[in-house]
Write a protein that binds this ligand. Structure first.
Ligand SMILES: *Cc1c(COP(=O)(O)O)cnc(C)c1O
Length: 408
C-alpha cells in the first residue's frame, strides 16, 4: 500500500468538504494577552487580538500563577519523573487535589493530564466496572465523554439535549435496580446554554442514578468561589461526580474529577488512563493550585468578564448582528454558511488583526456555522470597538442578514 497516497486522499476529501483544519500560529505575550503575534505561512508577522480563547479570565498570565510556576520549577525541576504510582506523586499534586476537593465541597479529587483524559478515563472506568451499568448521555455531550462511554462497552442511552421529559421517559423504561449514570455538562460550549442541574439531580434521586457533571466551561467562572454552575445553583452536594479542567478558566492544563472518597479511590485504582501515564509536571500543579486559590477569593475577574460579555452583546444588538441569546459567557455569532464563516474568519485575521476561529460542521450542525466569541476581562474597549467595526464591515460585504432590531 502507498500509505502517503492514502493519507493524501483522505485529506483532500476533508478539504473538499471544507472541513480541513488550519491552525493559526500564534505567540502570546505575557502581560499583553489577548494580544499576540500571528505568523502566516510565509512567516510574516502581524499583531492580532484573540477573541476565541478558552483562557476565559486571562489567568494564563496572572502574576500569582506565573510566580507559583516559576517557584515550583526552580524548586522541583521540570517533570514529575514518573506515573503517580511510581515516584510521580509530588507534594504539589497532593496540594492541588486538596484544593480541588475543597473547591467542589467533595471528600476527594483525582488529577489527570487533561480534561479529555479525565472524562475518557473516569466515565469509561465507572461504566465498564459497575456491573450491568447503563449510561444516560445528553445528546450534546463532549467527544471525551462519548469516547469514554464507547470504550466502556456499557449500554448507552442518548437523551435529547437538556430535555427533562425525554430523560424521564428513558429512565422509566429501564429496570429499577439496574445501575445508572446520568452524564451531562453544565455550560455547553457551542451554544452556551446551561443544563437544569437541580432537576436532573431530582430525576437521578428518583431513579437511583449516579450523576456525572462536566463543568469544564464553568469552573472558575460561576459560583461565589468559582466552583461552577452547580455551586452557583447551590447543588454541588447533589452531584455525585464533578469533572473539570485546569486548562480553560484556570489558564494552565490538566483535568480532574471530584466526589466521594470511595469513588475517587476506585477510579484511582482501576482507570488505565490515570495509572499508566506520567504525572503532570509539579510546576503545572502549583500554577493550577495558585489559579484556583486566587479565583476562590476573588470575584473581580468574573465580574469584569460578565460586564465585557454584556457590553459586546449590546454592541452586536445595536448593529443587528445575530447571536444566540444564552445565559452564559459564550457568544455564538451566527453566520449560517460554512464558506462565509471561513471567509469572515480569514478576513478578520488578515485585514483586521482579529483572530476568531470559524466553527463549521461537524463541530456544529450544518446551517449553524458560527464565530464563537469569548470576551474576557483583559479585552479593552478599543479591542471591542475594532472587533465590532470589523464584523459590521464583513457582514455588509457578505450580504448577511441583520436582526430586525438594527432598524431603529
Ligand atoms: C475542552 C473540553 C474538555 C476537555 O478538556 P481539556 O482539559 O481541554 O482536555 C472536556 N469537556 C468539554 C465540554 C470541553 O469543552
Amino acid at each position: 500500500m502507498d500509505y502517503n497516497q492514502f493519507f493524501d486522499g483522505a485529506l483532500s476529501d476533508l478539504r473538499e468538504q471544507g472541513n480541513y483544519r488550519h491552525f493559526a500560529d500564534l505567540e502570546r505575550r505575557t502581560g499583553d494577552f489577548p494580544h499576540a503575534t500571528h505568523r502566516d505561512a510565509a512567516g510574516k508577522e502581524r499583531p492580532v487580538t484573540i477573541w476565541c480563547s478558552n483562557d476565559y479570565l486571562g489567568m494564563g498570565q496572572h502574576p500569582k500563577v506565573l510566580t507559583a510556576m516559576h517557584d515550583a520549577l526552580d524548586r522541583s525541576g521540570a517533570g514529575a519523573g514518573g506515573t503517580r504510582n511510581i515516584s510521580g506523586t509530588t507534594h504539589d499534586h497532593v496540594l492541588l487535589e486538596g484544593e480541588l476537593a475543597d473547591l467542589h465541597g467533595k471528600e476527594a479529587a483525582l488529577l489527570f493530564t487533561s480534561g479529555y483524559v479525565s472524562n475518557w478515563a473516569a466515565l469509561g472506568t465507572l461504566a465498564a466496572k459497575i456491573p450491568n451499568c447503563v449510561i444516560l448521555s445528553d445528546a450534546l455531550n463532549h467527544a471525551s465523554m462519548i469516547e469514554g462511554m464507547r470504550h466502556s462497552r456499557a449500554q448507552r442511552v442518548i437523551w435529547k439535549h437538556n430535555d427533562l421529559n425525554d430523560l424521564r421517559a428513558h429512565l422509566e423504561t429501564l429496570p429499577k435496580d439496574q445501575p445508572k449514570i446520568i452524564a451531562f455538562e453544565s455550560v455547553y460550549s457551542m451554544d452556551g446554554d446551561i443544563a437544569p442541574i437541580a432537576e436532573i439531580c431530582d430525576l437521578a434521586e428518583e431513579f437511583g442514578a449516579l450523576t456525572y457533571l462536566d463543568e469544564v466551561h464553568a469552573v472558575g467562572m460561576y459560583g461565589p468561589r468559582g466552583g461552577g454552575v452547580a455551586e452557583r445553583d447551590g447543588v454541588m452536594d447533589r452531584v455525585d461526580i464533578i469533572q473539570g479542567t485546569l486548562g480553560k478558566a484556570f489558564g494552565v492544563v490538566g483535568g480532574y474529577i471530584t466526589g466521594s472518597a470511595q469513588m475517587v479511590d476506585f477510579v484511582r485504582s482501576f482507570a488505565s488512563g490515570f495509572i499508566f501515564t506520567t504525572a503532570l509536571p509539579p510546576a503545572v500543579a502549583a500554577g493550577a493550585a495558585a489559579s484556583i486559590r486566587h479565583l476562590k477569593d476573588s470575584s473581580a475577574e468574573r465580574m469584569l468578564q460578565r460586564a465585557r460579555v454584556a457590553e459586546l452583546r449590546a454592541q452586536l444588538d445595536q448593529i443587528g448582528i445575530p447571536h444566540i441569546p444564552n445565559p452564559s459567557h459564550i457568544i455564538p455569532v451566527m453566520v449560517g454558511d460554512p464558506v462565509k464563516c471561513k471567509f469572515i474568519s480569514d478576513k478578520l485575521l488578515n485585514e483586521h488583526g482579529v483572530y476568531i476561529q470559524p466553527i463549521n460542521y461537524p463541530t456544529v450542525p450544518k446551517g449553524t456555522e458560527r464565530l464563537r466569541i469569548t470576551p474576557s476581562p483583559v479585552h479593552s474597549a478599543e479591542d471591542m470597538e475594532r472587533l465590532v467595526t470589523a464584523l459590521e464591515d464583513l457582514w455588509h460585504q457578505c450580504e448577511l442578514a441583520r436582526q430586525p432590531m438594527a432598524a431603529q
